[in-house]
Design a protein around this ligand. Structure first.
Ligand SMILES: O=C(O)C(=O)C[C@]1(C(=O)O)C=C[C@@H](O)C=C1
Length: 379
């Protein structure tokens, strides 16, 4: 299958000017330190008392200090995505939680942001990287980014960015993704030759698209594909996108529910500058990343720290350790890996603390990415 890559039309305009408020300008929060014997574990759980256990919604006082500025929209129709080089020009409305997502209006990520933070101001960003940076630079309060899909698998880029940036996972949100084939009004199915969408969306509709014999073209996001088709008045191309995107960009739905499985769910992470205080009052999950020495049974040993304590693992992903991708040992060359593991326990549980203390004994690197409530809305 040939997948060509085309970029969405240039739509990254300025979103206005206001003052960038760095963390040092904030009113200091009382830092709470949970007590751990291990210095490494102590470092993980340096938390702000202004964010409360298990409930992200309504706990936004710590970011209210941001300046209130109306965002001038130079498009009469749509907000424009933040691009990396616009990050120096921050905006903040202040009255609602501002949540960065990747894509343009009508993207699934926008719906995920709205599900995670009802009534938020969803801020479109050009790239995943931009969304991370927008939070780090106080342009927005949170980011909501996809991490895995039940059909397409992991979104590796975001695993890598989690490590490269210093944000904390403060929640997760699952979204049912129902793809439609969208085209300009009057375009018929048999007149279509190409289909444009995000690579994940194309992968999730693999069977249908093969059956229809359409040539795939990858773009930055599903809604961006719909927008491009509408703006350019294409008659030989369709977009794989949401019904919401059809409405926003004035396209018609040629075929509904084209994903390969009706249970198509994408899991998104909610990211913030500060971690939440982990609780034990509801089901919590903890995400960690670690690396290990090479050797027989080392990974087995690492996973045993959880199995021994009856801690359930919900996800595991390995990524290349980029700075030292190849390591020589005994004349052989090995790849080095980072292991990302999600397990079902809160960092407030002693059993989880013990497991990590145990893992720390032989891990060459260990970082807790976040301890946060499980999204049980789709169980
Ligand atoms: O393109 C979009 O609409 C997105 O929100 C991105 C994205 C992804 O990256 O996986 C999100 C949900 C769907 O799985 C398809 C695409």
């Amino acid at each position: 299958m040939a997948v060509h890559t085309v970029r969405s039309p240039a739509t990254h305009l300025h979103t206005g000017t206001s003052r960038n408020i760095s963390p040092s300008h904030r009113k200091p929060n009382d830092a709470i330190r949970l007590s751990f014997r291990s210095p490494k574990l102590r470092r993980f759980i340096s938390v702000s008392s202004s964010l409360h256990e298990g409930n992200e919604h309504g706990k936004e006082n710590s970011v209210r200090a941001l300046e209130v500025k109306k965002i001038p929209e130079d498009s009469p129709l749509l907000p424009k995505p933040l691009s990396s080089n616009q990050l120096a020009e921050p905006v903040s409305n202040g009255s609602r939680v501002r949540v960065a997502y990747q894509g343009v209006r009508g993207a699934y990520s926008e719906s995920a942001a709205e599900k995670a933070y009802p009534n938020c101001e969803a801020v479109p960003c050009e790239e995943f990287d931009t969304a991370f940076e927008a939070v780090e630079r106080w342009l927005v309060d949170r980011a909501v980014l996809p991490i895995e899909n039940s059909l397409g698998g992991s979104i590796h880029r975001n695993y890598d960015l989690l490590l490269r940036h210093n944000l904390h996972i403060v929640g997760e949100v699952k979204l049912a993704v129902r793809h439609c084939l969208l085209a300009n009004h009057g375009v018929k199915l048999d007149g279509l030759r190409r289909v444009l969408s995000h690579p994940q969306a194309l992968a999730q509709c693999e069977n249908t698209l093969t059956r229809l014999g359409l040539v795939r073209e990858a773009v930055d996001d599903t809604a961006g594909a719909a927008k491009l088709i509408a703006l350019e008045g294409l008659s030989d191309a369709a977009a794989v996108a949401s019904a919401k995107a059809a409405e926003i960009y004035g396209l018609s739905i040629v075929v509904e529910d084209i994903q390969d499985d009706s249970d198509n769910v994408t899991r998104f992470l909610m990211l913030a500058r500060e971690p939440i205080i982990p609780g034990t009052n509801r089901l919590f999950k903890t995400s960690i990343v670690f690396s290990l020495e090479e050797g027989p049974g080392v990974l087995f040993k690492a996973l045993a720290v959880f199995a021994l304590r009856q801690i359930n693992l919900t996800k595991m992903e390995s990524r290349p350790l980029r700075k030292t991708p190849l390591r020589a040992s005994g004349g052989l060359k090995y790849f080095d890996y980072l292991f990302y593991v999600d397990f079902e326990a809160s960092m407030a549980d002693e059993v989880a603390q013990n497991a990590l203390r145990h893992l720390e004994e032989f891990a060459t690197f260990l970082r807790v990415l976040g301890s946060y409530p499980v999204d049980t809305t789709m169980l």
